[in-house]
Structures are given as structure tokens and as C-alpha cells.
Design a protein around this ligand. Structure first.
Ligand code: PLP
Length: 357
């Protein structure tokens, strides 16, 4: 596979049009994208070329029946500009798990990793320099058949494109424990990073915003008692010095940041408990003064502090100024991503000119 990606660098770089001190999230795209087609049972036509729109037939199966999955990862840079990736192999592992759930073909791991390396190296000037900022990488796998019918598509397209993003806003968020809508039920597609999960979350998220909360804290689909996760983040609580997070039960997205955070915490000597987490346990901890921190984890925000949650018409406040574990984690991961901390887990991959050789 080593020589299987054809690269067509653009002669019209848009980088001079970008104000790197003020990047609106999700709106600025770097110069190149990776594309590959799945045709006749094989991945082919792997190319890196100028990012551009492409034509899609009105009968496209992804649009009608939702075979569409994605990933979200980041490239960062060391002070000398060397691009870094963190745990890229976990992202292709999860993309393929999502693909299997949605009856889509897996993508070859080696080719994915090679595509990311080459794409990031080619657009390395797009990696913002400021600490906490990054080049966000979005792999997308979609059905491409153009014939209606509820069945798996026979053709697919994999795209990978990148966006420079500034430091994620640090403002603590408020959460509403959702008691009407569900994100995922046992046996459903909650573990897949698939488009429909996010479409389904828009209306409840809008209602939560109207009630004055930033994001939803999803509860289990049966009893609305067990905490699941938040928007695009997994959730952690610090209760009496111990870190507690919902276990991966099949309805929760298997966050890679979640996994990293658990490894870091254990290596720093913290006790981490993964279990079915009943909301009463959190409410009781709040009442008896042992609820010390609430934070979310995800690639975009890394670690986001929660200052309040609402449950059964009560607001429960937490004082983010006293948080210790959440800022420690944020700093740890940002330093890893800047190449400033010993990579004792072997998570960091540095890129050099050899990736294009
Ligand atoms: C992507 C995502 C997360 C976080 O996963 P990371 O791998 O840490 O970025 C959590 N929940 C949902 C629903 C997500 O889509």
C-alpha cells in the first residue's frame, strides 16, 4: 500500500486568507483532502488533492437511509513545528467498528494511517501554533449508491479533510439531565459515530438551550436513572477523591479521550471506577458535600468543566474554582500534544518529511 496514494498538491493555497488568531470553529478548511472509493468490493482511487465539492446523485443512499459515519481527531505541533498525532490507530479502529455496525465496509488500517500522515504533513503549515489549538481531522465514510431501497450500499466514499481550530472555549458548561428524549438504547447504534445520532439530538438540545442549559446529560433509555454521556463528550465525576464514570455498556460512545484520561488518572495514582452510575449517587454526593468535580472529555474540548447540572427541576451547582483533577488532565494532554511531556504510554506519533517519501 505504501505507494498507493496519488498526491496532487494544489497550486492555489488559501492559507494566506486565514487569520490564525481568530478562527471560527468548523468554518475554515485547509487546502487538501484525501479521497478513496469503494467499488467492486475494493478500496481504490486513493488520492490527496485540493479540497473541493463533488457531485452527488439525488438518490444517494447516505442521504436517504443514513449510512454515514465519521471520526474526529487532532494534529498538533511542537514548538519547532513538528506535527504530532495522538493515538491515530484508535480512530481507525473505531471508524471500522462504526462501519461494521452500519453495514459498511471496513477501511484498511495501514492506508488510513498513511493517508492521515501524508495529509497532515502536506498541510502542516495549517496547524495553529497557539497552545490548545490544533488541526482538527475529520474522516467521513458515506454510501455512494444512487438507487433507492433500504439495503446496504455497494459503493462508498471515504474522505478525510482538516480544519484549523483555535483553543476550545474554556467556559464551564451547565447540563440538563434529560427525562424525555433518549440518545441511545440497548441494542441501538449509540456506540457508532453515525450521523443519525447527532440529528436525533438536535431537537432535545434546542429545548435544553431554551431552558437555559448548555448541553444535555443523556440518561439510560429504560429508567432515565443511569447517566450516559454529554453531547459529544463522555462524563466524569469526582466523588470523595475517587473518579467515577459510566461504564461502556453498549449505549455510550467509546471516547478515546475517555480512555486516555482513565490511563492518565490511574498512572497518577487516582482510583477510577467505571460502573452503571445512578443519578441518585451524584445527587446524594452533592447533598453530603462529597461531589468535587464534574467534567466532560472529548477530542474537541479535551476536558470541559461542568459547573451545574439540573435534575427533576433542581439545579445542582459545583464550584469549578476548586477543581484539581480536571485542570491536571487538560494540562497533561495539552503538554503531551505539544511534545512537552514524556510520552510514557507510547501515544504520540511525530511526523517528518519521510511520510511523503
Ligand atoms: C466523539 C464523541 C465522544 C468523544 O470521543 P473522543 O474519541 O474522546 O473524541 C463522546 N461522545 C459522543 C457522542 C461522541 O460523538
Amino acid at each position: 500500500m505504501a505507494r498507493s496514494i496519488n498526491i496532487y498538491p494544489t497550486e492555489n493555497s488559501k492559507i494566506s486568507q486565514v487569520d490564525f488568531d481568530n478562527i471560527p470553529f468548523g468554518q475554515v478548511f485547509s487546502d487538501h483532502m484525501f479521497v478513496a472509493d469503494y467499488i467492486d468490493g475494493e478500496w481504490q482511487n486513493a488520492e490527496i488533492k485540493e479540497l473541493a465539492p463533488f457531485m452527488v446523485h439525488p438518490g444517494n443512499l447516505a442521504w436517504h437511509y443514513g449510512q454515514s459515519i465519521f471520526e474526529g481527531m487532532k494534529a498538533t505541533a511542537m514548538a519547532d513545528g513538528t506535527p504530532l498525532l495522538m493515538r491515530p490507530e484508535k480512530h481507525i479502529e473505531r471508524l471500522n467498528a462504526s462501519a461494521s455496525r452500519m453495514c459498511m465496509p471496513n477501511f484498511p488500517e495501514e492506508l488510513f494511517l498513511e493517508a492521515i500522515d501524508k495529509l497532515v504533513w502536506l498541510d502542516r503549515a495549517w496547524i495553529p501554533k497557539e497552545k490548545g489549538s490544533a488541526l482538527y481531522i475529520r474522516p467521513l465514510l458515506i454510501a455512494m449508491d444512487d438507487a433507492l431501497g433500504v439495503r446496504p450500499s455497494e459503493t462508498y466514499k471515504l474522505l478525510i479533510f482538516t480544519l484549523p481550530v483555535g483553543p476550545y472555549y474554556d467556559k464551564p458548561v451547565s447540563l440538563l439531565a434529560e427525562d424525555t428524549y433518549v440518545r441511545a438504547a440497548q441494542g441501538g447504534v449509540g456506540e457508532a459515530k453515525t450521523a443519525g445520532n447527532y440529528a436525533a439530538s438536535l431537537q432535545p438540545a434546542k429545548i435544553a438551550k431554551e431552558k437555559g442549559y448548555d448541553q444535555i446529560m443523556w440518561m439510560d433509555a429504560k429508567e432515565f436513572k443511569y447517566i450516559q454521556e454529554v453531547g459529544t463528550m463522555n462524563i466524569f465525576f469526582v466523588i470523595d477523591g475517587k473518579v467515577v464514570t459510566p461504564r461502556l455498556s453498549g449505549t455510550i460512545l467509546k471516547g478515546i479521550t475517555r480512555d486516555s484520561v482513565i490511563h492518565i488518572l490511574k498512572s497518577e495514582g487516582y482510583e477510577v471506577i467505571e460502573k452503571d452510575l445512578h443519578i441518585d449517587e451524584v445527587v446524594d454526593a452533592h447533598k453530603n458535600g462529597t461531589l468535587q468535580e464534574i467534567f466532560g472529555t472529548g477530542t474537541a474540548a479535551v476536558v470541559a468543566n461542568v459547573h451545574k447540572f439540573a435534575y427533576e427541576n433542581h439545579d445542582y451547582d459545583v464550584d469549578v474554582d476548586t477543581y484539581k483533577i480536571s485542570p491536571l488532565l487538560k494540562k497533561y494532554i495539552e503538554e503531551l500534544r505539544a511534545g512537552e511531556r514524556e510520552d510514557k504510554f507510547g501515544w504520540i506519533k511525530m511526523l517528518g518529511a519521510e511520510v511523503l517519501a
